[in-house]
Ligand binder design. Structure first.
Ligand SMILES: Nc1ncnc2c1ncn2[C@@H]1O[C@H](COP(=O)(O)OP(=O)(O)OP(=O)(O)O)[C@@H](O)[C@H]1O
Ligand SMILES: O=P(O)(O)OC[C@H]1O[C@](O)(CO)[C@@H](O)[C@@H]1O
Ligand SMILES: [Mg+2]
Length: 342
């Protein structure tokens, strides 16, 4: 079997380890051959392929980003898009199946193409860790560690100046990165999209920590919405798929905290630093296992299914199930963390 691999949507540490895992298992055990599509679905609709042999994947599991490039191209759009064109390209290139590595958008596109008869298996990817059908996604552990390193640094400068420090992390719909990094760094408040907190409550936590002689650390997810507002803060226009680009809520909160508490406050937005660089050992192992399982999925003809982590096992779930629910931070996990606030 000849397989085309693509990475689509935002990048995240571990993508290269998935590619390596799939190619190694595929070549050594499953008798498969591989090519890579450049820049996600763009490479599929524009017939832009690169070779993906053993030599091409040597030593890449520790590399951040994706050697194949990524994009937010919609495979149904444009003159060369759509099921018939993609099927014709696959026939011409002798490609039997596609391994699509991406988030819910990429998998939604993959589902539509599979429903129309194409042979596709999925691998979940997102630093936000918001896909319901898998316990963890690779990239999340690395993003959390990067955020914690940054927060440890913010705390020493905050302590020196007796300031309140606000650290903004990623998390469009869910607060997993904020919850885990905030708990690990000993944050005095964690603000997540799932919990519409008031500025008064935030000021109370900040003041209480300050009054104990601490430099308060506030961790906020980019998708957090204060209880007096309706939408997540966005001042950077729309992304290629027409969604608001988030980021900047930390900078907005800083003067509000200062005004409500009288404590000098500074904000730092970590942004794409969280998605860059070398993946953690945990993410490399998870990503490698998912890649190997994707090769097996193709071998077994599990079209329209995604590999996923359940406990310590790699399992297979349908695209439908994979897209079914957003994995939000449960109330009890937030309540548990909130005991440590203030
Ligand atoms: N329902 C859909 N049908 C067809 N194509 C879609 C659909 N949803 C998304 N896409 C396409 O898939 C691309 C990838 O989706 P998206 O940009 O959401 O990234 P993702 O894979 O979800 O990763 P991320 O975690 O970065 O959001 C989109 O830019 C869009 O072109
Ligand atoms: O800047 P980009 O690449 O459009 O992606 C930003 C988004 O991607 C994510 O990192 C992952 O979905 C979100 O947390 C963030 O909102
Ligand atoms: Mg998405």
């Amino acid at each position: 079997m000849r397989i085309g691999i693509l990475t689509s949507g935002g990048d995240c540490p571990g993508l290269n380890a998935v590619i390596r895992g799939a190619v190694l298992k595929g070549i050594q055990i499953n008798g498969q051959e591989f090519v890579g599509f450049r820049d996600g679905w763009r490479g599929v609709v524009e017939d832009d392929l690169v070779p993906l042999g053993r030599k091409d994947i040597q030593g890449i599991s520790k590399q951040g980003g994706t050697i194949l490039g990524t994009s937010r191209t919609n495979p149904f759009e444009g003159e060369k898009g759509g099921v018939d064109n993609i099927a014709a390209m696959m026939e011409r290139r002798g490609i039997d199946a596609i391994v699509a590595i991406g988030g819910e958008g990429t998998l939604a596109a993959a589902k539509r193409l599979t429903d129309a008869g194409l042979k596709i298996v999925g691998v979940p990817k997102t630093v936000d860790n918001d896909l319901g059908a898998t316990d963890y996604t690779f990239g999340f552990d690395t993003a959390v560690q990067i955020a914690v390193d940054a927060m440890d640094r913010l705390r020493t400068t905050g302590e020196s100046h007796s300031r309140c420090m606000v650290a903004e992390v990623m998390g469009r719909h869910v607060g997993w990165i904020a919850l885990h990094s905030g708990m690990a760094a000993g944050a005095h408040a964690i603000l997540i999209p799932e919990q519409a907190t008031s500025i008064e409550q935030l000021a109370e936590w900040v003041k209480s920590a300050y009054d104990r002689g601490r430099a308060p650390l506030v961790v906020v997810a980019e998708g957090f919405v204060p209880d007096h507002e309706n939408d997540a803060h966005s001042e950077r226009g729309l992304d290629a798929f027409g969604r608001p680009r988030l980021g900047g809520i930390g900078e907005r909160l800083a003067p509000m905290i200062e005004e409500a508490t009288g404590i000098e406050t500074r904000a730092t937005t970590l942004g794409h630093i969280q998605r860059g660089g070398t993946p953690s050992a945990y993410d490399r192992v998870l990503a490698t296992r998912l890649g190997m399982a994707a090769s097996d999925s193709v071998n077994e003809g599990r079209w329209g299914r995604m590999v996923a982590l359940r406990g310590t096992d790699i399992v297979h779930v349908s695209f439908e199930e994979a897209l079914g629910s957003l994995k939000v931070v449960p109330q009890e996990r937030y309540d548990e963390a909130a005991i440590l606030f203030g």
